[in-house]
Design a protein around this ligand. Structure first.
Ligand SMILES: *Cc1c(COP(=O)(O)O)cnc(C)c1O
Length: 380
């Protein structure tokens, strides 16, 4: 595998100092008290970054583990759960809820727009008998971004707990857990943190802990049981041996985020310039509203195929971009501009190659993508 530019919406380019940190000498994470301090400090960095004193836990497993752990830890057989969906990950939560005996009610909204808050508020007026609700912040297959700062307080006003999938938005968008009253929030290392695949991070509110501790039935999982983490520091005990090298990488990735104080603004600026570029050059954005700052999604021009675009980008230009899956399979192309991907240089390279690719495949553009991008980026 030689040095491809990985411009997908996760996994992303891995920062060099993160790669180096993963090769540091290791310890026995079960027996070394210093490791418990290190783990705790790393979790506290996550809390600080997301404006909360709620604890975070780091779980060994890719981001999907967080979604399942949230549902496993909250759901009791017969529990009613509202699954708020306008994308593939949104609908996917219903499976986790059902798997643990819950009764999901799917609340569906437009697949090309963000969740309409007024419509949701009207629905909740007569339908609010739910233990918790699930919502995806950035539903990556379409790139739609939902306003959790409005949705979660609204749910909370009915006493409904929230499970938020922020895997694709965390560190690309500012998230304020306290203000937005989020209960369980899931992230992962391989998106805007620019670390390799392998860890889930999950923030847990006191209300969520209360709900877990006051279940009538035990949590039907060991690996997904978040209560197993609650007293790790006091008891100096983890439910399983922690992947110390992965966490070394995560700690450095978090330091990178702390030091890069302009990161959220850069995501906003690059995302906006990318969207404007695509439109001005004659491509069609997939969404009508709710654009995420971490990924841009455009429809595959009818004259060519998604597969041909991806292949030429990979083979001729050594750049990986993404198609999508499910109902969007073959229909859209996704450019991931999150974390390490999200620099002017990386986007300029990617758009230059994309322009060549589209031109080669017979798609005529109004202007060179990289020229339009430079124009929008410098003007903004
Ligand atoms: C990436 C991602 C996950 C984790 O899933 P993988 O596709 O297995 O990496 C979960 N939720 C969202 C919204 C994601 O973008």
């Amino acid at each position: 595998m030689i040095n491809k530019l990985i411009m997908t919406p996760g996994p992303t380019q891995v920062t060099e100092n993160v790669r180096m940190a993963r090769s540091l000498p290791s310890t026995n994470p079960d027996l070394d008290p210093a490791f418990y301090d290190f783990y705790k400090e790393t979790c506290e960095k996550l809390s600080t970054q997301m404006h909360t004193t709620n604890p975070f836990y780091i779980l060994s497993g890719e981001g999907i583990l967080g979604l399942e752990a949230a549902c496993a830890s909250l759901t009791e057989p017969g529990d009613k759960v509202l699954v708020i969906s306008n994308g593939i990950f949104g609908f996917g939560f219903a499976d986790f809820v059902a798997m643990y005996g819950g009764l999901p009610t799917i609340y569906e909204d437009s697949l090309v727009n963000e969740i309409d808050i007024d419509k949701l508020a009207a629905y909740l007026k007569s339908n609010h008998d739910f233990k918790y609700a699930t919502i995806v912040h950035c539903d990556t297959p379409s790139g739609v971004l939902n306003d959790i700062s409005k949705i979660c307080p609204l749910l909370k006003s009915y006493g409904i707990l929230t499970v938020v999938d922020a895997v694709a938005s965390m560190f690309g968008h500012d998230i304020n857990i306290e203000e937005s009253q989020l209960d369980l929030i899931c992230g992962a290392t391989q998106k805007a943190l620019s670390a390799p695949v392998g860890l889930t991070v999950i923030g847990v509110s006191p209300d969520a802990i209360y709900a877990m501790e006051n279940r009538k039935t035990p949590i039907a999982s060991f690996y997904c049981n978040l209560l197993n983490f609650k007293d790790y520091y006091r008891n100096k005990w983890f439910p399983y041996s922690m992947p110390a090298s992965d966490i070394n990488g995560l700690a450095v990735a978090l330091d990178n985020v702390f030091q890069d104080t302009n990161s959220i603004m850069r995501h906003k600026k690059i995302a906006k310039a990318t969207r404007k570029t695509l439109v001005r050059c004659g491509l069609e954005l997939h969404l009508e509203s709710g654009y995420a700052d971490t990924v841009s999604v455009f429809n595959v021009p009818s004259i060519t195929t998604g597969e041909d675009i991806l292949e030429r980008m990979r083979v001729k230009h050594n750049i990986l971009i993404a198609g999508s899956f499910g109902y969007l399979d073959g229909k859209v192309i996704r450019l991931g501009h999150m974390g390490e991907n999200c620099t002017y240089d990386n986007m300029e390279k990617t758009l230059t190659a994309l322009g060549e690719t589209l031109n080669y495949l017979g798609v005529s553009l109004n202007e060179k993508l990289e020229v339009a991008f430079k124009d929008f980026f410098t003007r903004s």
